[in-house]
Design a protein around this ligand. Sequence first.
Ligand code: SF4
Length: 254
Amino acid sequence: MPASIISKDKDSIRLRIDGYPLSAVNALRRYAMSEVPVLAVDDVVIIENSSLMYDESLANRLGQVPLRTPRKYLDAGEGQVMLVLDAYAEGGTRTVYSSELIAVEDKEVKPVSGEIPILRLTKGQNIKLEAYARLGKGKEHSKFSPTSKSVVKPTPLVVIKNKNPKNAKAIVSSCPRNVFAIEGGELVVKDQYSCTFCMECLKVSGDIEIKETPGSYILDIESIGQLDPDVIALKSAEILLRDLDEFNKAVDEL
Ligand code: SF4
């Protein structure tokens, strides 16, 4: 696909894709959410639990802690990692955080954030458990989804018909996405890709036109943190192409 990166940071990537139908770009969006695998806790052995939290609730909470997933597991297409949690409230009531969930053999696997509260222990209570994380896909359970956002929209085309409108300041402040700016005394489009087609600017001025660029789409992917956003986009395309190839072969064999 002719795709270009509009912006990228550690959490998100914004791509422009030209020349393909919406259905193809939407397939890429769906694959990012539901076909790119990540590690998540799926089996828990509770050795000791004197807390007030039921074993089942504790296991459920551990499953929802996003785990950094090294690329090697994606390339292998499988993987299981054991993590341990051994916590005791010695001095008084305390919170057990995700930073205490430790991978035994592969130190690259760890919670995306160490500040996720798992449970509270009061003085003298403890928990001791083994948690087994495996590779899974978002279509199976949302805990295996690597994205907190995966959306497609047409590529906006914001046209200013008059660069010196009387109410330029009102146009700038009408836009919730900061698409406009005043530079050198003229109204300019600063960031048209952020336009959400809300049409608020049209309520204050007839000098603006909001259009869709034909055959062009913006794909926004935001990572939960298990994988870098560019890895999610690349893997999504790779898995989609592999599935299409398999589909082609199946049709050829009919
Ligand atoms: S349509 Fe909405 S988001 Fe787009 S430029 Fe106008 S006010 Fe901004």
